[in-house]
Design a protein. Sequence first.
Length: 268
Amino acid sequence: MTTMILAALEQYYDTVPRRGGARGEDFGPLTLFVQEGQGWQYYARPALGGPEATAADVLRVLERQRELKVPESFEWVAETSPSLRAAVEAAGLHVHAHPLMVLDPGAQPPAPHPEVRLLGADDPLLGAAVTVPALAFREPGTALGSAGPAELAAALADPGVEEHRARVSGMLADGRTAMAAAVRDGLVLCAGQYNPVGDVAEVVGVGTLPAARRRGLALGVTAALVADARARGARTVFLSAGDEDVARIYGRAGFRRVGTALIAEPAV
Ligand SMILES: CC(C)(COP(=O)(O)OP(=O)(O)OC[C@H]1O[C@@H](n2cnc3c(N)ncnc32)[C@H](O)[C@@H]1OP(=O)(O)O)[C@@H](O)C(=O)NCCC(=O)NCCS
């Protein structure tokens, strides 16, 4: 069962960058995804069905990433490509491990949170909803923090917010993403997304304003995303949790660990 799920995830990981406007450059056992338009910069990852990469393969991709001035980044699943970690480390990169979790279809879903709702492409709160996770990821971990409504208001004044909002709005309009947010008194306190490809959906970018943490908002947003994904036909819903503390929260939403997602970046 896990083997089938991991195979579906490989297909998903190979499709998302292409659908997001990236071209795949072929490096034998590795594929480098290069953004051709505006949008997220992608990474290199194992080619679908390819052999295991060596350190020399990794070095060839790194050279190309430097030439293109794109992030020197690699992402893969440890259980699917077991020897890639050693090859990537031999090439001098630092590897981060994240619990890879899949929704247990038999899990009892948490009760819907009264302050959580889905956001459409034209929602007036969309700018805030894309900004809250960005603020949240600046304070990693699950602890209560200081950044609250004042910091959100300051972040919303950044001219880059409109570009981000417009990009997500386009993706909401054509169904490439869905977004849920926890809203109190007109303020977005937590938001997250899922990106469907066929009947597989990945939950991404769930973040709670540091001052609003530990009230069950992320659980509420995750539950709303899962319910919507399933209602729209997703049979496999998965995510990579930041760490074990975050994984515990997703466990309450019905996710179970199936493997380890690895991300390699230059050592600092
Ligand atoms: C991870 C994150 C999204 C969690 O957001 P959150 O809204 O605080 O999450 P929840 O409130 O649902 O759960 C957090 C904790 O509060 C507890 N909690 C929930 N409601 C509570 C309440 N009413 N009273 C006290 N504690 C409560 C939960 O049990 C959980 O406890 P645990 O850490 O011991 O397991 C947030 O910390 C964050 O944005 N972190 C940085 C970004 C990030 O890592 N995102 C995840 C990407 S995978």
